[in-house]
Ligand binder design. Structure first.
Ligand code: FRU
Length: 435
């Protein structure tokens, strides 16, 4: 099974990207997967590969529960390359109180989380029965972290050692990060932690990296926007300082959303073939498409920092695909199309029922005509005041619209349903599809 531009659930359910890596000439993207129904449940790692971040091939299931520690799920984690091998780090979940009516769920939040690793010789074979190693047992000291809610190891090479960050929550209900260090990728020692008030109550999927323009932390706090609408959990990013010796991280508290559409979640980054910091993320969908599949990924985005601003630009491999000029969306191929235009104040471009407009210095979107009647979801979105112009590149797929403002100064991405193949624009637009 193959996908182009956007990797989608091969059926049933997917959530977070996991183990995103360029390894031995292929991009590998694993992901949280429930293979039995289009809803969340006992987590497996699904697996897809690509030569170019554009064409994806599904490879089936890579990781599945086999041990006491991961009996109820192989939760999110990361991958790295060392001495030609692929090292995988993930969280194993064990339910202390499974729901007797639905063993894929747990009652009263009663579960424990351990951190496990596995080494694959080629990135295609995974020894689920004999290859898993427990590296960090459940945290039992509440002062350190939460026994249930400590997860999502991201591992990276520092100057003289390997480092791991885990997302957790503090005794007082703040989000928290735990830092570990290793000389050999297998024995891990906790070095430090950091927490902060006012940024949600549990920090999922932390990711730390250095770019030319500065050091960046991505994370996904739960309970971040508490207005009763979906989603309360949001992914944010910030400039940080990190000292390897002491694993001290300073969080200023000033943040940007990764994406102002509020559907994007659990981003994970890696370095691409050319050394660009590239991030991919889960696009949350309230309803399965045709009752069959739920969940897809955004197009990969290159992260750059300039003067403290964190940019998320469409990956050039994807951007350059959309080069055949067309007159109408009717002429577009299966992988969708791109619409490019400049917006004056007050102008609207209506893409199949999805409205994009400018109000002063903000770019705004409204999906109310192309969404399901499925609960308390937000319909209107807007960027902060833009500084670099009003130039938009909009990537349109059947169920996802990604609006890049000024080549990634800000992004608004929204899940949509029932988009029409037409455009009404109050300004000049150019439409491009794939050759
Ligand atoms: C984020 C998350 C992770 C966890 C995984 C479980 O969406 O909750 O923290 O590892 O999904 O599927």
């Amino acid at each position: 099974m193959k996908d182009m531009i956007h990797l989608k659930a091969p059926g049933n359910w997917i959530n977070d990207p996991n183990g995103f890596i360029y390894y031995n000439g292929n991009y590998h993207l694993f992901y949280q997967h429930f293979p039995y129904a289009p809803r969340w449940g006992t987590m497996h790692w699904g697996h897809a590969v690509s030569k170019d971040l554009v064409n994806w091939e599904h490879k089936g299931i890579a990781l599945f529960p086999t041990k006491y520690e991961d009996q109820n799920g192989c939760f999110s984690g990361s991958a790295l390359e060392h001495d030609g091998h692929m090292y995988i780090y993930f969280t194993g979940v064990h339910y202390n109180k499974p729901d007797p009516d639905d063993i894929h769920l747990c009652l009263d939040d009663k579960f424990e989380s351990s951190q496990l690793m596995m080494v694959s010789d080629d990135g295609f074979q995974f020894d689920n029965f004999n290859g898993k190693k427990l590296i960090i047992p459940p945290i039992t000291d509440k002062k350190i972290g939460d026994r249930a809610h400590t997860r999502d190891p991201k591992v990276w090479r520092g100057k003289d050692a390997w480092y791991m960050v885990l997302g957790s929550k503090s005794e007082t209900g703040n989000g928290k990060l735990l830092f570990f260090k290793s000389e050999d990728l297998s024995e891990w020692t906790m070095v430090n932690s950091v927490e902060k008030e006012g940024l949600g109550n549990m920090w999922e999927c932390p990711d730390y990296f250095e770019t030319e323009g500065g050091k960046v932390l991505l994370f996904s706090p739960m309970g971040f926007i508490n207005d009763g609408k979906r989603y309360a959990e949001q992914s944010i990013c910030m400039n940080v300082a990190f000292d390897e010796e002491t694993c001290t991280m300073n969080l200023s508290g000033e943040y940007q959303f990764l994406d102002y559409g509020q559907d994007l979640y659990a981003p994970q980054s890696t370095l691409d073939e050319e050394g660009r910091r590239t991030v991919i993320a889960w696009m949350r969908m309230p309803e399965a498409v045709d009752g069959k599949w739920n969940g897809m990924f955004c197009i990969p985005r290159v992260v750059e920092v300039e003067d403290g601003h964190i940019y998320f630009r469409p990956h050039p491999n994807v951007g350059r695909q959309f080069c055949r000029r067309i007159e109408s969306p009717q002429e577009a191929g299966k992988a969708g199309y791109r619409v490019s235009f400049d917006l004056k104040d007050g102008e609207t471009v209506n893409i199949g029922g999805y409205k994009i407009f400018r109000k002063g210095d903000r770019i705004c979107t409204d999906r109310s005509e192309v969404f399901c009647d499925c609960g308390n979801y937000r319909m209107q979105f807007f960027t902060p005041e833009v500084k670099e112009g009003y130039s938009l590149d909009v990537y349109v797929d059947d169920n996802l619209i990604e609006v890049f403002v000024n080549n990634g100064e800000y992004v608004i991405s929204n899940i949509v349903y029932g988009l029409k193949k037409e455009i009404f624009a109050e300004c000049m637009v150019e439409i491009f599809t794939i050759e």
